[in-house]
Design a protein. Structure first.
Length: 429
């Protein structure tokens, strides 16, 4: 009896395309288990589909096939390139409905919204500091580990972030690619330009809840808050002085190591800080952009204007604990304290005379070299110091600002008044 032929059971089809995984970042593919999602064999990360895995593998292989034709920057994914290109074309399609700030990507907007909600989900287990982004926490952890993996091959300076290195390199190549369309001022970093633009629009969005002072950037507010908390986290290991900002510590350390990296290309004078060089350059250009609205006096830098305003307000916040004398500036108090300590650290190598201030030494040295750089445009008389020229100009203007409260006689100089007052006191020295 013949049996009917049995039907052969079909083997299940294997969809090899759906079940492949990439080996070692190369184009060799091997089947993966049917019940597993596509998995990276280098880090174990799983993906919903094969195309996502292929894109991921480029991280391990270093492949960045999508290049920006404007700046040459490369990307692992076409979508990342498209997002990047918005920087060049100025497109910022995602805007915050709370403050109006705009962003190039939805992800950046989501991260920004955490600021409004007060969300800082990533915290440092070493110091408790919290962050809105995991990437910021990772960068912060380098501070605790002492890691500064980005190295400048021109000066050897190291950085925790590549963006800081890139911004620093603009100092060496003189590149300042970000310029303000209102005043033409240029910047090495986009963040510095954005902060600067608050000056033009009057925006100071960050305010101190302790004293009400407002700031153009969150960073400036954070630094300011250290004044209230008394926090000075940056410490000089040469002299023990503490600072509220790392930049202030670095500038201070140049006093110890003698480094003056910023030099004027017109006169060769060197400075420890870039801001000091810029203020100095106003002397050559004749620019004095900061004006006192009370007396019209102009200044080369904002800090000089602020100090000057204390004359009008009568503020003399720095007082000597030995004699009670008060000063407008901390620097003036420090110089004054040398009188009590008998310190005269500046020494003339031609005659041996010593001085409490370097400016006094420099003025004195003009006696030896015959230099009299300040001249009167009315009579041609020359002077070794600007202050002497100013006193002299009172003669031409018939100004006598110092008057005797005994007899009403007026004088062009305070020293002349003091000499005169000895007549009334009977003092003859």
């Amino acid at each position: 009896m013949e049996h009917p032929p049995q039907k052969r059971r079909k083997k299940p089809k294997v969809d090899f395309k759906r079940n492949l995984k990439v080996v070692s970042g190369k184009d060799h593919l091997i089947p993966a288990n049917m019940d597993r999602k596509p998995t990276c064999d280098q880090c174990g990360k799983t993906f919903a589909d094969m195309s996502n895995l292929k894109r991921h593998v480029r991280i391990h292989s270093g492949e960045r096939p999508h290049e920006c034709d404007q700046c040459g920057k490369t990307f692992t994914q076409i979508s990342h390139l498209q997002e990047h290109q918005r920087i060049h074309n100025g497109e910022r399609p995602y805007d915050c409905d709370q403050c109006g700030k705009t962003f190039t990507t939805m992800n950046n907007l989501k991260i920004h919204l955490r600021i409004h909600r007060g969300e800082r989900p990533y915290d440092c287990d070493q110091c408790g500091k919290t962050f809105t982004q995991m990437s910021n926490l990772k960068i912060h952890l380098r501070i605790h580990r002492g890691e500064r993996p980005y190295y400048c091959d021109q000066c050897g300076k190291t950085f925790t972030q590549i963006s800081h290195l890139q911004a620093h390199q603009h100092i060496h190549n003189g590149e300042r690619p970000y310029d303000c369309d209102q005043c033409g001022k240029t910047f090495t970093q986009i963040g510095h330009l954005q902060a600067h633009q608050h000056i033009h629009n009057g925006e100071r969005p960050h305010d101190c809840d302790q004293c009400g002072k407002t700031f153009t950037t969150m960073n400036d507010l954070k630094t300011h808050l250290r004044i209230h908390s008394g926090e000075r986290p940056y410490y000089c290991d040469h002299c023990g002085k503490n600072f509220t900002q790392l930049s202030h510590l670095r500038a201070h350390q140049r006093i110890h190591n003698g480094e003056r990296p910023y030099d004027c290309d017109q006169c060769g004078k060197t400075y420890t800080q870039l801001s000091h060089l810029r203020a100095h350059q106003h002397i050559h250009s004749g620019e004095r952009p900061y004006e006192c609205e009370q007396c019209g006096k102009t200044f080369t830098d904002m800090s000089s204007l602020k100090k000057h305003l204390r004359i009008h307000s009568g503020k003399r916040p720095y007082d000597c604990d030995q004699c009670g004398k008060t000063f407008i500036r901390m620097n003036d108090l420090k110089t004054h304290l040398r009188i009590h300590r008998g310190e005269r650290p500046y020494y003339c190598d031609q005659c041996g005379k010593t001085f409490t201030q370097i400016s006094h030494l420099q003025a004195h040295q003009r006696i030896h070299n015959g230099e009299r750089p300040y001249d009167c445009d009315q009579c041609g008389k020359t002077f070794t110091q600007m202050s002497n020229l100013k006193r002299h100009l009172r003669i031409h203007r018939r100004e006598k600002p110092y008057d005797c409260d005994h007899c009403g006689k007026e004088f062009t100089q305070l020293s002349a008044l003091q000499t005169h007052q000895r007549i009334h006191s009977g003092e003859r020295q």
